[in-house]
Design a protein around this ligand. Sequence first.
Ligand SMILES: [Zn+2]
Length: 64
Amino acid sequence: MSNNTIINCPVCQSPIAIEPKLLMSGFKFKCGNHKCDASISISSDSQQVAKNAFGKFEKMKKEL
Ligand SMILES: [Zn+2]
């Protein structure tokens, strides 16, 4: 069983599989798009972006 969550890369909009627990503990998830090579983590400049994306997803899940 997987706890992965899919969020869209803030740069190229590619889906990125993240594990919320790891993300919250500072783990970096890299975008699967090699041309983009962005990474998402909570402890860097992308903190706000990642938080927003994750918050959006959580909201979506609640509405489903
Ligand atoms: Zn990307």
